[in-house]
Design a protein around this ligand. Structure first.
Ligand code: HSE
Length: 308
């Protein structure tokens, strides 16, 4: 295999209550990346769009991942990566996670798949560390392997795949303003009250149980975040109205996608998700902020080869 094109899906991290420990992959939004073996050793990058992103490998989210993998595997060839971003940087839809996870997946393919799942997540986390200063795995784990992923621990890495209940669908609205993950992390409180932690871990555990049992009522009762959402939602125009409208339209829950500014809602079926997307669309139609919307299933697989 000398060249492959891959699709690297967008992801929704945090899933409301599960800050830094849960995420899921979105079926029909993502990046395309082309990987080619080169005679010259090392990593070369080319951006097909978003040309303002750095192409020096050590400054690029995909580049640092590829460099680390080539250093470990030491093949007698180099790799060039051509990136076409479908997920806007700073959107909260796992843009850096898609670059990092996609690089880990694509490079592993060209190397003949020497690395296992945990090692790929570990390499991809290097890209997240470059992007946000923190090597979180709640985007790269679902990006690489699809579905929902629960990150019990990053050191040592312990990622648990969670089932996707039939029909579960997502609505997303992306206000076209940039929120850098690092800034959205810096505004968070460094300590929280024990009573708030108790409420939060009750919800995370119940959300996990709801996904395993396909209990939509339980999923709806669990999607509450009293810690991160109240702080970060201040960065998102009309957040409270979006959320209320989504819930009124039948969504199970609604919160910030990753570190924002995108807002997501989960619904029990595609029809409801489409209705939820419409009501969110209508709210933004009346304000002066450009935006895009998506309705999607949850991707059962993560990064995948689409051409070789
Ligand atoms: N868990 C991370 C955060 C996700 O919320 O900062 C960033 O996409």
């Amino acid at each position: 295999m000398n060249a492959i094109t891959i699709f690297s899906p967008a992801t929704v991290a945090n899933v409301s209550c599960a800050f830094d420990v849960m995420g899921f992959a979105v079926e029909n939004a993502g990046d395309r990346m082309i990987f080619r073996k080169t005679k010259e050793k090392g990593v070369r990058l080319r951006m097909k769009n978003f040309r303002e992103l750095p192409v020096e490998p050590e400054k690029n989210v995909a580049g640092v991942v590829a460099l680390a993998m080539l250093k470990k595997a030491d093949p007698d060839f180099g790799i060039s990566i051509e990136m076409e971003k479908g997920i806007l940087p700073g959107s909260g839809m796992g843009s850096s996670g898609a670059s990092a996870g996609g690089a880990a997946f694509g490079v592993n393919q060209l190397l003949g798949e020497p690395f296992d799942q945990n090692e790929l997540i570990g390499f991809a986390m290097l890209g997240e560390a470059l992007a946000s200063g923190v090597a979180h795995a709640d985007n790269v784990a679902p990006n690489l392997f699809g579905g929902f992923a629960l990150v019990r621990s990053t050191h040592p890495l312990d990622v648990i795949p969670l089932p996707v209940p039939d029909g579960l669908s997502v609505s997303l609205i992306h206000p076209l303003i940039e929120v850098k993950t690092q800034n959205a992390r810096n505004i968070l409180k460094k300590s929280i009250l024990l009573k708030d932690a108790v409420t939060q871990w009750g919800n995370v555990a119940a959300l996990t149980a709801g996904l395993f049992t396909g209990d939509f009522e339980l999923i709806a009762r669990s999607m509450h975040d009293g810690i991160v959402e109240p702080v970060r939602s201040m960065l998102i125009p009309k957040f409270d109205e979006l959320k209320q409208a989504a819930l009124n339209a039948g969504a199970l829950g609604c919160s910030i996608s990753g570190s924002g500014p995108s807002v997501f809602a989960l619904s029990a079926d595609k029809e409801t998700a489409e209705k939820v997307t419409r009501v969110m669309y209508e709210i933004y139609q009346n304000i002066d902020v450009p935006f895009e919307t998506f309705t999607s299933g949850i991707a059962s697989s993560g990064c995948r080869v689409i051409h070789s």
